[in-house]
Write a protein that binds this ligand. Sequence first.
Ligand SMILES: NC(=O)c1ccc[n+]([C@@H]2O[C@H](COP(=O)([O-])OP(=O)(O)OC[C@H]3O[C@@H](n4cnc5c(N)ncnc54)[C@H](OP(=O)(O)O)[C@@H]3O)[C@@H](O)[C@H]2O)c1
Length: 286
Amino acid sequence: MNILVTGCNGQLGNEMQLLEKENSQHTYFNTDVAELDITNQEAIEQFVASHEIDGIVNCAAYTAVDKAEDNEEFCSVLNSIAPAYLAAAIEKRGGWMIQISTDYVFDGTQHTPYVEDDDTCPNSVYGKTKLVGELNVQKLCKQSMIIRTAWLYSTFGNNFVKTMIRLGQEKPELGVIFDQIGTPTYARDLAAAIFTAINKGVVPGVYHFSNEGVISWYDFTKAIHRLAGITTCHVRPLHTAEYPTPANRPHYSVLDKTKIKQTYQMEVPYWEESLRECIEKLMNEK
Ligand SMILES: NC(=O)c1ccc[n+]([C@@H]2O[C@H](COP(=O)([O-])OP(=O)(O)OC[C@H]3O[C@@H](n4cnc5c(N)ncnc54)[C@H](OP(=O)(O)O)[C@@H]3O)[C@@H](O)[C@H]2O)c1
C-alpha cells in the first residue's frame, strides 16, 4: 500500500517515521506543511491521486490548546475542515483513513473511564474542533478509524515531560495540578498501535488509546523527576483554580482501551514503563 502520513514533523509524526523502518512492507509518504498543506484541498486531491495513495494517517493538527481559544477560525480549518478534505480525497480512491483525536472531546465530569460510545461534550475550542473533525471523517470516509488519545509526549517536540525535566533542573520549587486525572501516552506506543491497525487492517469506528494506568499531573511530574534523577526540586500539588489557563481542561479523562485491545489483540504498556524508556532516550541524547 501507498500510505500518506501528515504532520510528520510533530511528536506522533516523528515516531511514525521511526517505526516505518520496521514496517517496510508498505510505502510511506511522510509530509508536513511544507510538502503538503492539509488546508489546501486541491493539493490534497492532487497528492492522493498522483501518488496512488491507499490510506492516510492524519497526525497534523492545531494542538496549542490555550492559543486555540483566541484562534477558533484557524483551529477549525486545521482540526475540522482539513480532515474532511483528506477523508473525501481518500474515499474517492476507495481507501482508508486513520484520524487522531483527543480526550478533550469529553467534559471530564465522569468518574469511570470513558468508553467510545460515551456522550461527547467538549468545553474548549480545541476539543470542539477536534470533535467536528471526527464527525467529518466518519461521514466522508467509510473505511475510517478515529483514535482518541491523551497527554501525548515523546522525545520529539515540546511536551509536558520535557518541560517538567527542564523546570525541575532550573527551579527549587514547582506547583503542579493534582485534581486533573488521566493517563499519559508515549507517542511511540501510539505509533506502534497505528502500525498494528494498518498491518492487520482498518476496522472502521472510534477507538481509545493511551498508556495503561491512571494518575494526576502532579503524580506524573513526581515520576518524571524521579526517573530523570532530579532531586533538588520540590513539587507542590495545586488545585486547578490556582493555575488558571485560557482553555478548560477535563478534570477526569481516563480512556477505556478495551475496544482497541480486543479488536487488534494488542497489549498496551503501563505508563511508567513507557515514561522510563522515553526519559532514558532523552538522557542518552544529551
Ligand atoms: N499533544 C497532545 O497532548 C495530544 C493529546 C491528545 C490528542 N492529540 C492529537 O494527537 C495528534 C498528534 O499530536 P502531536 O502532539 O504529535 O501534534 P504536534 O506535535 O503539534 O504535530 C502536528 C504537526 O502538524 C503540523 N501542521 C500544522 N499545520 C499543518 C498543515 N496545514 N498541514 C500539514 N501539517 C501541519 C505541525 O507543524 P507546525 O509545528 O509547524 O505547526 C506539526 O508538525 C493530533 O491529532 C492531536 O490533536 C495530541
